[in-house]
Design a protein around this ligand. Sequence first.
Ligand code: NAD
Length: 432
Amino acid sequence: MVKHERNATVEPESHAEPESETALDTARRQLERVAGLVDVNPGIVERLKHPTKVQRVTVPLKRNNGFVEVYTGYRSQHDDVRGPYKGGLRYHPNVTEDECVGLSMWMTWKCAVMDLPFGGGKGGIVVDPKDLSIGEKERLTRRFAEELRDFVGPEKDIPVPDMGTDAQTMAWFMDAYSMQEGETTPGIVTGKPPVIGGSYGRAAAPGRSVAIIAREAIDYYEMDIEATTVAVQGFGSVGANAARVLDDYGATVVAVSDVNGGIYDPDGLDTHAVPTHEEEPEAVMKYDAPEKISNEDLLELDVDVLVPAAIGDVITVENAENIRAGLVVEGANGPTTFAAAEILESKGVAVVPDILANAGGVTVSYFEWLQNINRRSWSLERVNDELETAMLRAWDDMSDAKSELNVTWRDAAYVVALSRIAEAKESRGLWP
Ligand code: NAD
């Protein structure tokens, strides 16, 4: 490998939040920050600031009223030096090309930090899925699968559910692809229903990995999990599973919330009794708890561990100074803005990053893909055991980088990811 000056100090920046920073801007700033910590060829860093390819497609849909509407869809393929592109397909009115590119970059780091043989992809359609009937959503998905057919494949690019899409969407996508290819191809997507090759434990995996990593971080800081208080924002797939598994580990979950607000009990909530988003959407506030609180107050509670697991950009320059938890474990993707992360760092708040904490999702997606290509089905117990092993290995790799370089958890995770990608690129060389 080519040797370069190592610069272990990170340039201080002002804590001002940029007016409108896209996911791509944030992803590039994070890459530049960490490039100063790794012995990496600057040409590789420059390459990684750009996606390999972005497909832009138009997707016609005959609506139930007989009129045809045409939607725009994207698939960003960021980097595949370590294996096929992997990442979500989201249906949301705010989907943009830049957002897909930024999110696909995060998927590249997430797969690398977990040492999975995948690169980063992300895509979606600019559409509000709430405006579509089930039939319209199915037709839109089938046509989108056809428009993307040349660019995806079980050895090329493997989509997975994201915002506005689910296991059923993946089933339609797989069916459309398989019909056109003339053979049933379960490995074209992950996050499918188990009856057609989906993996047990896939849906719960991101929340489970958040809990495993929170448990390890609690141990790292020599706290007793039985005496640890936790607040969780968002009680959906990630938040509810994280809260329940942490509860099972012995932590006291004092607050949880959904989009309507939160509930608080200083003695600890029975997280298995609070309805999750899947069990009864947005029903957290119906649970009989001693106190109702706002989502803003939940983030500023005096707890040991805060798990933001709802949406991005909830810890910002506006509230970072008021965060009282000593440890933040990111369940959502991008819950802490770049500027807020620097404030937390200066306050001594430890932040364990999303790319590792919620990576249980892509890890079990990898297990699903392995099951598909081997035509095997693993038990839930096996999936959870292998997930535990994979998360502990990734935690150890990140911890080693942290102690070696004396950097934040986020920088340490990025150092692990970027080093692996750079090494693979050096080894394969550049196609001139
Ligand atoms: P979900 O739809 O299952 O649940 C989201 C929860 O957050 C719900 O309880 C909802 O009421 C709440 N919520 C929505 N808007 C909110 C707001 N403004 N304030 C407070 N609460 C709000 O979603 P999910 O799958 O749990 O995803 C949550 C986050 O985790 C997202 O950032 C997602 O990108 C990320 N993530 C999800 C997965 C996955 O496979 N599910 C994997 C990795 C990361």
